[in-house]
Design a protein around this ligand. Structure first.
Ligand SMILES: *Cc1c(COP(=O)(O)O)cnc(C)c1O
Length: 480
């Protein structure tokens, strides 16, 4: 177990050298009123540079991360992020600018954002993009606000949004946050939207439909064109949760399928390290008739100059303080430019191939309820292990001992004991085979020694946590 950094501290140790002073030294009191100055010293650890580096390196290894091992967390696209992205995002010209600088001094940054918007238009088959939302769910909220504005611009107050029962949890919460009521749509026996149910529930009071495609079972919505037509017949808006765009790059796009709005998770599909609650980016792309409702400011090109404009009276306004999380945009720009169209197509093709390889190889030991060709992920079930007294949670916990992050579990809700696996394209066959082998070992253990599985994990810094307590009674203090 790694010690606290305070335990390395001893007086006088130092990790940085400050430049020798070149100006006359003045007392802090000459600048800051005495009442605002602290009365006692800050309790900071005094440590050397190697101690700091080792401490944080050791800490980082106590947790799982994509640079450490396989991370098949379904719906999250935990793929390897090329380090060149970080390197370029850290260049001084990108990292040291400020959003409130005069436009003429940040032309390069505006050009990058403008070009990224255009690339995302091409990738989604849409007319306009805003880069402002800070996460996928934030993009959803922005999209639903655009939906609302659209209906209001026609003098209508629509009340409901339709959401399939397989939807990602953020979809109903975004609809609710924008003051809509949600109506659930049933899935059919193939795991797709039940068209009859949609026909029954679609009315002129429904603002729109939000669907994830491929859906959370990793399946392509087979009747997507029909679905879109039904909603459009009532002038509803069809929203595609595009967080799973990793499955579609260069193969098809929301625009071609007839969607009106989609969000893109730059941090998932376009490779920014994520998962620790760090900055994300959830741009939304819309068709032409919705363009005027997008958040301001918008980036415009005027000859060879780029400028920001808030002159959009019908805009939903601002959804973030400034312009979005620029560092994530730089990474996405680098990633897309580096791969090009062919490279992006390879991403999705390999993501699909990898998921299907695992699906087929695992299906003899782990039930796959909707077992047919999937997109970038699939959902297995631990239900056939229940009779051995083993839950999906036990399987997930045991995986940690083998240096594998657990898949997403108990989601989507329509699969019992769900195990949602997304290998991503950045794993090779060897890594996939190792995972298959580990899953085989766990299955064997479930039959031979179920008691042991209940106690897993054995090798992690902490064992089974009381998850409810950890959430409700969070204690992150070091106790001093
Ligand atoms: C990840 C995800 C979201 C939410 O994205 P965040 O950036 O985490 O807010 C929404 N829908 C689906 C299908 C997702 O996989």
């Amino acid at each position: 177990m790694e010690k606290l950094i305070f335990d390395y501290s001893s007086e006088g140790k130092i990790g940085v050298s400050l430049p020798t002073k070149s100006a006359e030294e003045k007392a802090i009191k000459e600048y800051v009123p005495e009442s605002l100055l602290r009365k006692s010293d800050l309790n900071l650890p005094e440590v050397s540079e190697p101690e700091v580096v080792r401490h944080f390196t050791n800490l980082s290894n106590m947790n799982h991360h994509i640079d450490k091992g396989f991370y098949p967390l379904g719906s999250c696209t935990m793929k390897y992020n090329p380090k060149i992205n970080d390197k370029i995002a850290g260049l001084p010209g990108f990292a040291n600018i400020h959003p409130l600088q005069p436009e003429k001094t940040i032309q390069g940054a505006l050009e990058l954002m403008y070009d990224l918007e255009k690339m995302l238009c091409a990738i989604t088959g849409m007319h306009s993009v805003t880069l402002q939302p800070a996460a996928g769910s934030h993009g959803e909220l922005t999209g639903v606000m655009v939906m609302k504005k659209y209906h209001e611009s026609k003098g209508e107050q629509r009340k409901y949004i339709l959401i399939p029962d397989s939807a990602h949890g953020t979809n109903p919460s975004s609809a609710y946050s924008a003051n809509f009521k949600t109506i659930a749509l049933k899935s059919n026996e193939r795991g797709c939207i039940d068209i009859n149910d949609l026909e029954e529930k679609m009315t002129e009071e429904v603002a729109g439909l939000m669907i994830t495609n491929p859906n959370t079972l990793g399946l392509f919505e087979e009747e997507v064109e029909q679905i879109v037509d039904i909603v459009h017949k009532y002038d509803g808006i069809v929203y595609m949760d595009g967080a799973n765009l990793n499955a579609l790059l260069g193969i098809t796009c929301p625009g071609d399928m007839g969607f009106d709005i989609t969000h893109i998770n730059l941090h998932k599909t376009f490779s920014t390290p994520h998962g620790g609650g760090g900055p994300g980016s959830g741009p939304i792309a819309v068709v032409e008739k919705l363009s005027k409702f997008l958040p301001v400011p918008r980036i415009l090109k005027d000859g060879s100059n780029f400028k920001l404009s808030s002159d959009y009276p019908e805009s939903v306004g601002k959804v973030l303080g400034l312009y979005g999380n620029f560092g994530v945009m730089v990474r996405a720009y680098v990633y897309i430019t580096m791969l090009g169209l062919e490279g992006l197509q390879m991403v999705s093709r390999n993501a699909i191939l990898n998921a299907n390889y695992l699906r087929v190889k695992l299906a003899d030991k782990f039930e796959v309820p909707y077992n047919r060709v999937c997109m970038h992920e699939f959902v297995a079930s631990g239900d056939n292990h229940r009779q051995l007294g083993i839950k999906t949670l036990d399987i997930a916990k045991r995986l940690l001992d083998f240096g594998v992050h657990a898949p997403t579990i108990y989601f989507p809700l329509i699969v019992k004991e769900a195990i949602m696996i997304e290998p991503t394209e950045t794993e090779n066959k060897q890594a996939l085979d190792e995972f298959i082998e580990v899953m085989g070992k766990i299955d064997k253990e479930a039959h031979e020694n179920p008691e042991r599985l209940h106690q897993a994990p054995f090798t992690t810094p902490v064992r089974r946590l009381e998850e409810l307590k950890a959430n409700k009674d969070l204690n992150v203090c070091w106790g001093k």
